[in-house]
Write a protein that binds this ligand. Structure first.
Ligand SMILES: Nc1ncnc2c1ncn2[C@@H]1O[C@H](COP(=O)(O)OP(=O)(O)OP(=O)(O)O)[C@@H](O)[C@H]1O
Ligand SMILES: [Mg+2]
Length: 349
């Protein structure tokens, strides 16, 4: 079903992103490092899972968002890898490599854990390792970027990484930084697009049709206007409308509460600086599009003087997290309409 809220895994439930899907499947057959990028709820995970299943390749899927908050240890990563491998019958022999060490025990040295990870990943052969939301691995003193470079250079494993915080993903991989381990390794980026207005409309109509529903044209218009071409929000709306007949307004209210708590969670790492981040967002959200100087004025008025370089780094973080977008004309805006609504109505500064 198109409105199934889980990430899609098969072409049958996967709406018309044929170009991106073909691009991804081509890349899986020829590239060693593939980046799948797109803001939150654009359908990255669905594209990866559908593409790998369609291509009939065996893969290991690690959702890096399942790692604990704060600093991530190599042990946490190994536990996640272990849990994932347990769900594959082909991985039994590989699991033996972990079985004899007690990954929960604290007595094992980091270097030993590192060796185990290398052993396990090497044993994947030419299977695919998916690291979903890989920018989470930045929060570690363990050099996961070096691990990826090692896999690239010395094994047959193909690696797919995805990120909804696209700038953060690049900050983690540093593929363009000559001093970084992954520098110079060819990679392919698959960008997951937003649906066009026409596609968004078609998506809703087809999805409702699967439930035997034909909502009023005005409902579809209102939904496309509110949720834009973001397939995840459209799915969320289609699902709740079909089950409970929730109006666009009700779903928008619920979705923006969800978005507000996601934004606050994402900003949490900035500690005492959080008000500056939320205020910068609020200025942009309320103006619709704002220049750097508008943000400076707004933040200063509300919170007092802020050094210019400090504000620049806040804005850069917000862009890299995908919460702000910079246009060619130099304006900043909030790319997700639900996040914008959330900032205006739900987030307290
Ligand atoms: N091509 C598609 N056809 C139908 N539904 C889709 C498609 N892509 C995504 N969806 C739906 O949209 C929602 C978000 O999809 P998914 O989790 O794949 O996106 P994502 O970009 O990985 O999101 P996040 O950034 O939250 O991880 C899910 O409910 C999924 O079922
Ligand atoms: Mg995802």
């Amino acid at each position: 079903m198109l409105f199934d809220p889980e990430p899609k895994r098969s072409r049958r439930d996967f709406f018309n992103m044929d170009d991106a899907l073909a691009d991804f499947m081509d890349s899986v057959s020829s590239d060693k490092l593939i980046l799948v990028t797109g803001l939150r709820r654009y359908g990255k995970t669905s594209l990866i899972l559908t593409g790998l299943n369609e291509a009939g390749v065996e893969y290991v899927f690690i959702d890096c968002r399942l790692l604990p908050s704060g600093m991530i240890s190599i042990r946490e990563f190994l536990k996640l890898l272990h849990r994932e491998l347990r769900s594959h019958s082909w991985a039994r022999r590989i699991l033996d490599k972990i079985a004899y060490i007690d990954i929960h025990g604290l007595s094992i040295r980091i270097s030993r854990l590192h060796d185990v990870i290398i052993d396990v990943l090497e044993a994947l052969g030419d299977r695919v390792l998916v690291l979903d939301e890989v920018q989470e691995l930045r929060r570690s003193t363990y050099r996961f970027d070096s691990l990826l470079a090692y896999l690239y250079d010395h094994t047959r494993v193909r690696v797919v990484v995805s990120g909804s915080q696209v700038g953060m993903l690049y900050r983690f991989l540093r593929v363009n930084d000559p001093s970084a381990p992954l520098y110079g390794r060819p990679y392919h980026e698959v960008r997951v697009p937003r649906l066009s207005e026409e596609q968004a409309r078609e998506f809703l109509e087809l999805g409702f049709n699967e439930y035997g529903l034909k909502p009023d044209e005005r409902v579809i218009d209102e939904a496309v206007k509110a949720f834009d071409g973001i397939v995840g929000w459209l799915t969320f709306f289609g699902y709740t409308y079909s089950r409970d007949r929730r109006s666009v307004r009700e779903v928008l209210d619920y979705a923006s509460s969800l978005a507000a708590s996601e934004v606050m969670k994402a900003l949490e790492v900035h500690g005492v600086a959080v008000p500056r981040y939320t205020e910068a967002l609020r200025v942009v959200a309320s103006l619709g599009k704002a220049r750097w100087s508008d943000i400076l004025r707004g933040v200063t008025m509300r919170l007092g003087r802020i050094p210019r370089n400090r504000l620049s780094s806040i804005i850069r973080d917000l862009v890299d997290m995908g919460l702000l977008e910079k246009t060619r004309e130099g304006y900043y805006s909030v790319p997700d309409p639900i996040v914008r609504h959330a900032i205006l109505h739900k987030v307290r500064v």
